[in-house]
Every structure is written in C-alpha cells, then in structure tokens.
Write a protein that binds this ligand. Structure first.
Ligand SMILES: [Zn+2]
Length: 355
C-alpha cells in the first residue's frame, strides 16, 4: 500500500505539477546560508528563513521580515570591496542585487554645464581644517594635514564619471545617533558628532573640488542623540536584525574590514526603495583611525574619508571597483589619505541620479 502511494505521488510529481512540487518543499540546512541555499525566487515564509544569516562574497546579513530589503557594504583594507542586497517582497519572495560597479556607468557629456563658478571647497578651506579643533585625541599626529591629492594610476577625481547606485533612497531626513562605546581615533562624543556630521554633509551637499554645484536634493542629516543602542552589525561584519535606530559607532568587525554599513529599506516598486535605517560601524578593534592624517601617518584611516564613503552608501551609492582610486566610492582602503572627504565627478553624478 505504501509502495503504491509512493508510486502514484512520484507519477504526480512527474506530471504538470513538477516544479511547483519542488518549490513547495524548503528545508534549509543549519548554520549560515549562502545565496544558493536561499536563491532568488524562494520564499522566506516557506523556508522559515527570517532571522537566518545569508552570506555572499565574504559578507553577510540577516534575512529581514517580508516587505524589507537589507544591504551590507564593507570597506576593506586589501583593495577589495564586498557587499550585496537581499530584498524580501511583501509576499516573502527573495531577490538579490549582487552586482558592484566594475564598468564605467557614467553619463559622459551630460554634466558640463555648471563648472568652475563656485567650487564648494577650496584649498583654503582644507588648510583651515588642518589647524585648531581637529586634533585627534589618541594618536600623536603632528604637522600639517596631508593634502587632498589625486592618486596616480587612475583618472583624476574630477574627470572620472564612474558611479553605481543601489535601489535605495532617503526620501526624508536621515536621523542618526551615536553609540555610547569608544569612537574612532579616540574622538570625544562631541568631536565624533561634528566629524560624522561633516561626513554626512559631504554627501548631502555634494562637497567637491571639481566645481559642481550642489544639485543634490537630499536633506541634511539630523543628529538626534547619543544612545546605548548599537549599530546592528556583528563581529563578522554581518548585518543583524535592525533595532529601528540609525546608529554610528565603533567596535570589532571582520579583521580585513575598515568599516561596514548596513541599510534597511522598504521596497517601493517603480521608484527607489525607501530608506528606514542605516547603521555604520568603524572597526577600531583591528585598525587605527585619525582625524588628521599627516606626512608621518602610517596604518591609520582618515575618519572623515571613511565616514564620507559610508555616508555615500547610506544615501544610495555603491562601491566602485577597478582603477577609480580617486573617487570617494572606490571600495578600497583610505589609509592616511583625505582624498575621499571630497567627492569626485562620479560620486556627484551618482547622487544627482538619485536625488
Ligand atoms: Zn563601500
């Protein structure tokens, strides 16, 4: 009898119902999942996958509730960049964005109008930054801050139009908090506040030395408070479940990572997904940071450069790979350089394409 039943079931499976029969069965293995374990088109409801970790290319994130997308972006010490987005539709169906920008996606020729009339930052502004209140509390940087100079071997910041964008946009105001633990570079809470503010402003004001005026309609970010909440990012640089507060803090991340940003959005078909929360953590366990890189700087990351890069992710920019070292969104190390504090052509064009 049992044999007969098995035969008839297998006959059914081979009939017109094949395919749907298989998709209805979803048993996930224990431990971390890969994007192959939970492929595009699968259901987090049938697979009971909400709360599970999915990894890809050395990064990972926690599967959110239906009606939520989450993206992870990690800035690495080794010249590589890692990140991806997992979206769970309101129906529970999973989709991914696993791409990063390795090709020039710029819109050459459409950006020549507003040049050189009113540069947002001048060399004078930068030298003013170098004195006074920016002394780093825990490092011993002395002397003049390094200049914001282009690196050789890549197009200059103002001639490289490469960018890529995420399905992510802050339609309102990014309201953010600072965590109550240690901060990069040993910054005091108040110094961290203004440093992170400047990083976020660099994005919302498209700060650049290329003469591009601020046509980016993103609202200025708004600091709300210091908090005992933490960035929802674990020591493997994986996004955990979101707590509802957008928190910037410092802590231990994967040892090859300088900083990680996790962002959660609400899928909104037809337009960019609506940002709900974005957390940034600096890896102060494995790296040193400074607010004032000098000529004698070594093995330290410029807080405002890293912060500006991470803020770019929050406002919807993706990492750029390849020979684009002078762009803020170049997904590699920003060691002893202030270059990424000011946006390049591609960074500005990418923000303009979103806002
Ligand atoms: Zn990045």
């Amino acid at each position: 009898m049992a044999l007969a039943l098995a035969v008839s079931l297998s006959a059914l499976a081979g009939s017109a119902q094949a395919g749907t029969t298989g998709a209805d069965v979803c048993e996930l293995s224990e431990g971390e999942l890969t994007v192959t374990d939970l492929p595009s088109g699968s259901s987090v409801i049938k697979c009971d996958a909400v709360g599970r970790i999915v990894t890809y290319d050395g990064t990972g994130l926690t599967v959110p509730e239906p009606g939520t997308a989450v993206s992870v972006d990690s800035l690495s010490t080794d010249g590589t960049n890692h990140g991806f987005t997992l979206e769970v539709a309101s129906t529970g169906i999973v989709s991914y964005d696993l791409t990063s920008a390795s090709v020039d996606l710029s819109t050459e020729g459409s950006d020549a109008a507003d040049v050189l009339t009113n540069p947002a930052r001048t060399a004078g502004d930068l030298s003013q930054e170098a004195d006074g209140t920016d002394a780093d509390a825990s490092d011993s940087s002395t002397g003049a801050e390094v200049a914001d100079a282009d690196a050789a071997g890549s197009p200059g910041a103002c001639s490289d139009g490469t960018y890529a964008t995420k399905d992510q946009k802050e339609y309102g105001t990014y309201n953010w908090y600072i965590g109550d633990g240690g901060l990069p570079g040993g910054l005091s809470k108040s110094d961290a506040l203004w440093t992170f503010y400047e990083a976020l402003d660099n994005i919302t004001e498209s700060s650049n030395n290329c003469g591009y005026t601020d046509q980016v309609g993103a609202h200025q970010a708004n600091f709300l408070d210091y908090t005992s909440y933490e960035a929802d990012i674990n020591t493997s640089s994986q996004c955990t479940s979101r707590d509802g507060l957008s928190t910037w803090d410092a802590g231990d991340l994967k040892d090859t990572v300088v900083a990680t940003t996790c962002a959660w959005t609400w899928p909104t078909p037809g337009v960019k997904n609506d940002l709900r929360e974005a957390d940034t953590r600096f890896n102060t366990h494995d790296n040193d940071f400074t607010n004032k890189p000098t000529a004698s700087c070594s093995n330290k990351y410029d807080i405002r450069s890293v912060g500006t890069h991470e803020a770019g992710h929050i406002f919807g920019l993706k990492d750029i790979t390849g020979a684009h070292n002078n762009l803020t969104m170049f997904g590699s190390s920003i060691e002893c350089s202030t270059r990424a504090r000011t946006l390049g052509k591609g960074d500005v064009l990418g923000l303009r394409s979103i806002y």
